[in-house]
Design a protein around this ligand. Structure first.
Ligand SMILES: [Zn+2]
Ligand SMILES: [Zn+2]
Length: 384
């Protein structure tokens, strides 16, 4: 079979996305599913491809926060059926020590599978309209498109009553922030947390910490972002505050036990470490692009610093927890989202880079994020 559908293709590291027809030349193999995408979040990691210095191959269909409806399955072993609603998350091998130890974000093959070309044996299955190969699926999915062919192990079935088109960011950005709080830190009532950077990851952390009964201070340069953090019960603190560590200690009764950095700013990281309580823990969610100089004393008294990936999450465990919190009104992630038609992918990128939107979600043609009636089963396009 060949399935032709529209997708946003990045053809060079400098050029805008082009929305064009692409083709899948095989249906799902064993263990795979074909998903009709209802919506796909745009994440910083998609945009970082432009700065990957050629390591992420192009032309490619990016997008790794997809959610949609299963349109076909590669056999019963997928555990999914046509019509199931799924959120797609990152790819992992399922066989290495990390995967077997319930830490798929630290899969030995994480970079290869997600960032640098996917599974090369699959390359020929995915082409542009002229038959030229596209890069193998990005993050196991390539969801800036009407359809994505994905390993079933990366798909998490969700309640069909949920607003499917908006759920994709639960597979990466919101997963990372909430996972840092609920998994990495295991935050509970009365705990204190500093969040550096109130973007999609930071605000998801704020919401999760509030849901867990913790007290959070959100640090950011932008008043609008601080106002959002305040809406989700964080204490706002300008990054330009004089004596930031002292002020953080004041607001957290002697210093936060936990801090999450989403900024990769060395001065902010040093300030947060200095503010932490003894044995406090700082996790870096952002990728550092330069050396990180640590000032003397910042790691004294049992403080620890580590990098975390994908919120230390097993997506099949954390995503249902987050949707349950949303249903209870305690994780209102939808308030961080602005939707764009897939054809406006370049507007979404511009707004995201300018900080005008926390989390863009791209909607392929025919998807309304707020349908009046329950979602209907997918209509399969005739194979051409
Ligand atoms: Zn693995
Ligand atoms: Zn991401």
């Amino acid at each position: 079979m060949t399935l032709t559908f529209s997708a946003a293709v990045l053809r060079s590291y400098e050029s805008p996305f082009t929305v064009e027809d692409v083709a899948l030349h095989e249906g799902p193999a064993e263990g795979e599913i074909l998903v009709r995408i209802a919506g796909c979040g745009m994440c910083r990691t998609d945009l970082a491809v432009r700065r990957s210095a050629g390591r992420s191959p192009l032309p490619a269909v990016l997008g790794h926060e997809g959610a949609g409806v299963v349109a076909a399955t590669g056999g019963p072993d997928t555990g999914l059926r046509v019509g199931d609603h799924v959120v797609l998350s990152f790819d992992s091998c399922g066989r290495c020590r990390s995967c077997l130890g319930a830490a798929p974000a630290y899969c030995d093959s994480f970079a290869a599978l997600n960032l640098f070309g996917g599974r090369p044996e699959h390359a020929a299955r995915f082409t542009d309209a002229a038959g030229r190969a596209l890069a193998p699926r990005w993050f196991g999915q390539s969801s800036f498109a009407e359809y994505a062919l994905v390993p079933a192990r990366n798909a998490v079935r969700v309640d069909p009553a949920l607003p499917l088109a908006l759920l994709g960011p639960l597979g990466c950005g919101f997963l990372t922030g909430a996972g840092a709080v609920l998994n990495t830190f295991g935050i509970g009532p009365g705990d204190t947390l500093a969040v550096l950077g109130a973007g999609a990851v930071g605000l998801a952390a704020v919401m999760a910490a509030t849901a867990a009964g913790a007290r959070t201070v959100a640090v950011d340069r932008h008043p609008a972002r601080l106002a959002l953090a305040e809406r989700f019960q964080a204490l706002p603190l300008s990054a330009a505050t004089a004596d930031l560590p002292g002020r953080l200690r004041q607001l957290t009764d002697g210093g936060p036990q936990f801090a999450l950095d989403t900024t990769a700013s060395a001065p902010l990281i040093n300030d947060a470490l200095r503010a932490l309580r003894p044995t406090g823990r700082l996790a870096l969610a952002a990728r550092l692009h330069t050396a990180l100089p640590l000032e003397p004393g910042t790691l004294d008294r049992g403080r620890t610093l580590s990098h975390l990936c994908e919120g230390d999450a097993v997506p099949a465990l954390l995503i249902p927890r987050l949707t349950a919190l949303w249903q209870a009104g305690r994780f209102p992630f939808d308030q961080l989202i602005r939707t764009y038609p897939l054809s406006a992918v370049n507007d979404a990128e511009r707004d995201c880079e300018a900080g005008h939107v926390v989390k863009p979600v791209l909607l392929p043609p025919g998807n309304d994020p707020f349908p009046a009636a329950p979602a209907t089963p997918p209509v399969q396009r005739e194979p051409t």
